[in-house]
Design a protein around this ligand. Structure first.
Ligand code: HPA
Length: 276
């Protein structure tokens, strides 16, 4: 399905008809991190299913609605649950919500995800500031910008040299230091999933420079940057990636880690939003 400006604008109009909030911050909550939406004041809830053409998430741990309201006095639109490529959607559908947010006028996109730790220093419950990503899906031909370029948003060949906004990263480090939150940082590798990685996959990712691995985020960041949106990204480390093949990874442990991660992410986000 080719996403057109008409599709994007139809959804944006539907969102506008349900809330007067003009969001400045967009946020995508990853697996197990949905409770972060409770930080939004005076929320208006918009189920994805009530929006025309909005892809609906089918994964346990993803509620499937927009929560629009104020977060630390910033008007925000929060996606409680994201859509993944492995659910069978196209990359254009997966990133359609980012296009809608851009039409609604967001300036900053905060992406969060659950991820496996490849860096041996990281443990479940750690928060990792994403400083760069490995676009593995893109390297195998799954880039969300393939197809006619939407000139209204940006150029045919967008730059990705500083995809994760340096000023926002600096702000995250400062807030983490002030609030006593241990903040890891590193490179996020985005794979399509849904199978977890084999030990050989993980050893490959390790030598390629990845610190964490997951099944989302990178395509959303590409579309955000194509449209000039500033990006801040966090991985919630839910499990140690299993480079030696001794233990299995499960979706349940990913959900469990979210409970530890949500308060840390909330502290960081509140602090960062206060500095804007
Ligand atoms: N691999 C891929 N995606 C994930 C993982 C993992 O180990 N943990 C959470 N999401």
């Amino acid at each position: 399905m080719q996403i057109t400006m008409q599709t994007i604008d139809r959804i944006a109009a539907a969102v506008r008809s349900k809330t007067k909030t003009q969001p400045r911050i967009g946020m995508i909550l990853g697996t197990g991190l949905g409770d972060l939406a409770e930080a939004v004041n005076s929320p208006v809830m918009i189920p994805y299913a009530s929006l025309p053409d909005w892809p609906v998430s089918t994964v346990v741990g993803h509620t499937g609605r927009l929560v629009v309201g104020d977060l630390e006095n910033q008007p925000a639109l929060v996606m409680q649950g994201r859509i993944h490529f492995y659910e069978g959607y196209t990359m254009q559908q997966v990133t359609l919500p980012v296009r809608v947010m851009q039409r609604l006028g967001i300036e900053i996109l905060v992406v969060t995800n659950a991820a496996g730790a490849i860096n041996p220093d990281f443990v479940p419950g750690d928060v990792m500031l994403i400083t760069d990503n490995l676009n593995l899906a893109g390297m195998s031909g799954l880039n969300p910008l393939i197809g006619p370029n939407l000139e209204e948003f940006g150029p045919r060949f967008p730059d990705m040299s500083q995809a994760y906004d340096r000023q926002l990263c600096a702000s995250a480090r400062k807030v983490a230091h002030e609030k006593g939150v241990l903040l890891r940082e590193g490179v996020y590798a985005g794979l399509s999933g849904p199978s977890f990685e084999s030990p050989a996959d993980l050893r490959f990712l390790h030598v390629a420079g990845a610190d964490a691995v997951g099944m989302s985020t990178v395509s959303e960041v590409i579309v955000a940057r194509h449209g000039g949106t500033r990006v801040l990204g966090f991985s919630g480390i839910s499990n140690k990636a299993n480079l030696d093949g001794d233990t299995a990874t499960s979706h349940e442990e990913v959900l469990e880690a979210g409970r530890i991660l949500v308060p840390k992410l909330e502290t960081l986000l509140r602090g960062i939003l206060q500095t804007l």
